[in-house]
Ligand binder design. Structure first.
Ligand SMILES: O=C(OCc1ccccc1)c1cn[nH]c1
Length: 251
């Protein structure tokens, strides 16, 4: 997978050189290119923003630098493969919720270009312009406002990269993630335990050391249900009872 990020804070994307994403890049599973938007400004101050039409607080990112930047990034990809088309991902509080399902969808695309905004956002005409030739996803990672979309790029990139084949080692798996599509799709993970068996006078739930896999699976489902009911009752409504029953029957 190729990932391009256009930003006025390239150093903010340094974390993409470490850990899971860093290793995937080193293994050649990910081709990550970070570009400084100011490279596509031509005035002495490298201006990327201006006051909003219609008035109001804050500044808006100008369309011209973004247009030149995105044209250049897209051209660099289509030079190699004329049919290549990136997905444009624009983090914004006004976007569709970023979910595991969307992470899976994005992980299946060969090329993502991220346009993290600063200030009050990017001039709408940029989205309109590229929306005519690319799939554009305006994505929210949560109901809060950040100073810029770069942190959201880190979140989205990590969630997507870990789904790429071979990126997660055998020790980790995304097969039974929370929110992974399937019978337990929308339940939160229950509690996890590891050695030592006793820690500060606290033991392990008996069932987990019973060796009864069916009982263990049922206990885990029940704990997942309990935790979801407490922390995310909204997900319980979405649960398909039939799917859960099927899961039960399979235990
Ligand atoms: O703040 C965010 O992105 C930066 C941004 C983009 C456009 C206008 C204001 C701020 C964000 C919050 N959830 N998901 C993304």
């Amino acid at each position: 997978m190729r990932l391009d990020v256009v930003t006025i804070f390239p150093e903010y994307l340094e974390p993409l050189n470490v850990s899971l994403v860093g290793k995937a890049r080193a293994r050649g599973q990910l081709d990550v290119r970070v570009h400084d938007l100011r490279q596509w400004t031509h005035d002495r101050h490298n201006t990327v923003d201006d006051t909003p039409y219609g008035g109001g607080p804050g500044m808006v990112m100008k369309p011209d630098p973004w247009g030149e930047a995105l044209d250049a990034v897209i051209a660099s990809g289509t030079a190699a493969d004329p049919d290549a088309r990136p997905v444009l991902v624009v983090p914004t509080p006004s976007g569709v919720p970023f979910t595991q399902r969307l992470a899976v969808e994005l992980s299946e695309r060969p090329w993502l270009v991220f346009a993290p905004a600063r200030y009050e956002g990017i001039d709408r005409r940029v989205i309109e312009e590229y929306g005519e030739r690319l799939d554009v996803y305006e994505v929210s990672i949560g109901d809060y406002v950040l100073a810029g979309g770069e942190a959201a790029v880190l979140v989205i990139t990590e969630a997507v990269a870990r789904l790429l084949p071979g990126v997660l080692g055998n020790a980790e798996s995304h097969q039974d993630d929370s929110f992974a599509p399937g019978a337990m799709a929308d339940l939160l993970e229950g509690p996890v335990y590891t050695k030592p068996p006793q820690w500060r006078g606290r033991g392990i739930p008996e069932v987990l050391v019973s060796g009864h896999h069916g009982r263990i699976a049922r206990w885990r489902r029940d704990e997942a249900f309990r935790r979801t009911s407490r922390n995310r009752p909204d997900l319980i409504e979405r649960c398909d009872p039939a799917a859960l029953d099927k899961h039960d029957r399979a235990l």
